[in-house]
Design a protein. Sequence first.
Length: 136
Amino acid sequence: MATLLKPKEVAGRLGVSYPTVKQWIYQHKIRSVKTSGGHHRIPESELDKFLHLRSGRSRDIGERRSGYRRVSGRNQLTGRVTEVKVSGLMAQVKLSIGGQVITSIITADAVREMGLKVGETAAALIKSTEVMIVRP
């Protein structure tokens, strides 16, 4: 079952105001469900399409990445942690980025050091000598 969040929780996670989230609901920019008491609840998966707001408020790339370590790689994709599995020395972390899922295998120490938990925002840094584009 999907996790449902209060508009105030959504505002906090996205770094926007509560009235902004309410306007998005009324303008159908974000999907919500109503409780039996008439209160709006937003599925956590709806946040994926707005996570860029949290890291992308400024157009300057240096300012956008101020929350992350500065590195030379330019392929940083911000998403929501959907799964963390730790087994021995290794861990598997899944990020939901715009409805797509990226899986990374990192050390268990790195997970603990970064304090990665389901529902939090993180970035995937993709470093590759080749990036292929496929068209269906």
